[in-house]
Design a protein around this ligand. Sequence first.
Ligand code: ZN
Length: 339
Amino acid sequence: MIYHSLFCMTCKKKLKDTQIICPKCKNVYSLVTLKYFVRKKLSTIEEMYRYFLPFQLFNHNDFKNCSLSKYGDGLWLKDEGLNQSKSIKEKDILIGLKCAFYLGYKKTMCVSGGSGIQVVSSLSKNTIPVTLYSPTSTRILVDNQILMGNDYEETFRMSLKMQSDDLFNITPGINPYSQEGCKTISWQLIESKIKFDIIIIPCGNGSSLWGIYNGFKEAKAKGFISKIPKIFGVELAHGPIHHMLRTGKIRVNKNILNSKAISVDVKESFCLQKASYATKDSHGGIVKVSESNVIDSYNQIRLANKQISFTAATAFAAALKLRKKNPKSIMCCIMTSHH
Ligand SMILES: [Zn+2]
């Protein structure tokens, strides 16, 4: 027996395939996720792509296996900036778009103020139309891009109000199908046969962290690994996920730092309940990094002649901090983008 369904993590209600927001809980924070029922025994990790991604629409070759390179003792870098659109978001948007098409939508929308803009424009050329919504401070970079809202959070909230029956919102921050994309990163790491103790990922909404955690969790349930690595997210000072881990409460961060690491300099993380659950369950956590940590890390990676964004550099900065407490651990930093 093989099937999956959407369910709400708060009220546990099973939802229809198109209900990406729970009609009972109605929260702007992402609480809906997918649960898979796969009784079949799987013999290779490649089969995870078929049975643990939505509607059995995908296979191993649909996702680029971006380079994993050793950077010093026990430290590896997985460079998702090597995706065609130079961003980790490519894996999420690919799934969001294909699911929208499968579910019969003719139009989609996606909110992004950063690297998602190029991703959407490069992937959507041959599929269904996407309207991109970006904050008014963003430059217009592509066709079908509309500016609204003063910041990402406002644009995100406005987009949820625009939802209609013929329009699918594929923004990874809210769409549970899109959030499945980063699971493939975990499976690629398992394929490498390196036994990672710690995975480190920069957090804006926290959806990539959630995806990576689920990829490992499902692979463990199917017997491909015996232990889920500790998953650590990276935030700046006053990060919303760290606040939730400490207090159990959602707080809007009023202290935006205007950091160079724009994708982690956020007021709200719309997947924070999921991200905090994943860090707790895997015995990881949140590492906070300062602007000088970010700039030092960026310069260090650039000296090694590697492309990197300031956001991606936060993962490396966090690894240097974790290294002090975990000198023998094998760690992997997920470098999220080149821009
Ligand atoms: Zn609910």
